[in-house]
Design a protein around this ligand. Structure first.
Ligand SMILES: Nc1ncnc2c1ncn2[C@@H]1O[C@H](COP(=O)(O)OP(=O)(O)O)[C@@H](O)[C@H]1O
Ligand SMILES: [Mg+2]
Length: 380
């Protein structure tokens, strides 16, 4: 994707973004840095696709952080057990250590005596790999201890980011929270960044006295990027490539998508690649690009809708139309949107929350995290 040192499209859609194409987040980077520098574990929450993973990668790329810490990024979205959690950590540690050569990897693997003998070599690179199968992790708690003990002995402090941390609440084994918490609280050389988007689950995990992670971490809420900063950023990138865009068009797009980072990037990426060199990207062009994307997504959205019951669909459409909806079981809301009854709304809401099609804020307001789906539903 890179041409003459510049990417073909400067609006990145991945979460590991080079500095020049990463918008702002200066204050947030500072806050996150302060937490890890003071060795305080931190929980970072935001709606999906607002920029948590991106911010962590960005922090890990700071030259002084690279120099003074060992950093690890463990995404546990696809894990369903402590064994899989351990697999992910093991792979990430081996991956990072392999940049430093054979010996550090060998030392790490040797330190995991609970797994002795189950490693293999990658024939291509000649490096040992963490090829441990789930069934081979026979004493997960011991292996976890050994992994943490290895990090504790490192010659620099370690930062471990665990992304999509709310997953552990879904593990079948119910004491994983307690196991992790008791190990983590003893660590002196290792700081954790827990990130996740399911606010309700995380609030319970970290905020209720009965749960192991209660008050174990500072909390950081990641908000949308400042609209002025985003408009500066987007216009600068167009100009850098000799393309023209009006600032107003970016501001209007920002409002239409409520500043949700991924959706902004997606539309601007599309607009950037379609815009002819002699045209100015204005409001009309940007909104047409947004429409284009929604049309491309139509089949997926249709499929989602056809998997819903009539009352679930009606509620999703009603919330999409309102943007945010407070009293969804009130007589007024039910009447206004022609819904059946408060009780049918309530059970529909429960299913939609579970499927993450709807989100509920701490103030009990309902909205759609997927700003494209929201717009697609409300334009019909
Ligand atoms: N600071 C940023 N500058 C530019 N794009 C960003 C920035 N932060 C996030 N993004 C965009 O938003 C998308 C979602 O960000 P990500 O960090 O994966 O969100 P989250 O982890 O909160 O779900 C990224 O893939 C990227 O396209
Ligand atoms: Mg993420």
């Amino acid at each position: 994707m890179v041409h003459n040192g510049k990417p073909l499209n400067p609006f990145f859609l991945s979460s590991d973004i080079p500095d020049a194409y990463f918008c702002d987040r200066e204050k947030e980077t500072q806050s996150l840095r302060r937490y890890v520098e003071s060795r305080s574990n931190v929980l970072m929450i935001s709606p999906r696709r607002m920029g948590k993973s991106g911010l962590i990668h960005h922090l890990f790329q700071r030259p002084d952080i690279r120099k003074n810490y060992y950093t690890f990024f463990v995404d546990i979205y696809e894990t369903a057990s402590l064994e899989e959690f351990i697999q992910k950590m093991g792979r990430e540690i081996v991956g990072k250590l392999s940049h430093r050569g054979f010996d550090p990897v060998r030392k790490f693997l040797m330190s995991l005596s609970s797994l002795r003998g189950v490693f293999s070599m990658d024939p291509a690179s000649g490096m040992p790999v963490f090829s441990v199968g789930i069934g081979e992790i026979s004493a997960p708690e011991t292996t976890l201890e050994e992994i943490f003990a290895f990090l504790e002995k490192a010659d620099k402090p370690c930062i471990v980011a665990i992304d999509e941390f709310q997953r552990i609440a879904d593990y079948e084994q119910k004491n994983v929270e307690a196991i992790l918490r008791s190990r983590i609280q003893r660590l002196r050389n290792t700081t954790f960044i827990f990130a996740g988007s399911e606010r309700t689950i995380l609030a319970q995990m970290f905020g209720s006295a009965a749960r192991p992670f209660y008050q174990s971490s500072a909390t950081m809420i990641l908000e949308a990027i400042d609209p002025e900063k985003y408009a500066d950023f987007a216009t600068r990138l167009f100009n850098d490539y000799g393309k023209m865009i009006t600032r107003t068009s970016v501001e209007i797009l920002y409002d239409a998508l409520q500043g949700y980072t991924y959706f902004l990037q997606r539309v601007l990426n599309h607009a950037f690649s379609l815009l002819p060199d002699d045209l100015v990207c204005d409001q009309e062009f940007l909104l047409a690009c947004l429409d284009d994307i929604l049309t491309d997504n139509s089949a997926n959205y249709q499929e989602i809708l056809s998997s819903l019951t009539v009352s679930q669909r009606a509620l999703l459409e009603a919330v999409a139309l309102d943007g945010t909806a407070a009293n969804i079981t009130s007589a007024e809301f039910v009447r206004k949107h022609g819904l059946v009854s408060a009780s049918s709304v309530q059970s529909a809401a429960r299913s939609l929350l579970k499927r993450q099609l709807l989100t509920r804020s701490p103030r009990k307001e309902y909205y759609l995290d997927d700003k494209f789906l929201e717009r697609w539903l409300s334009r019909r």
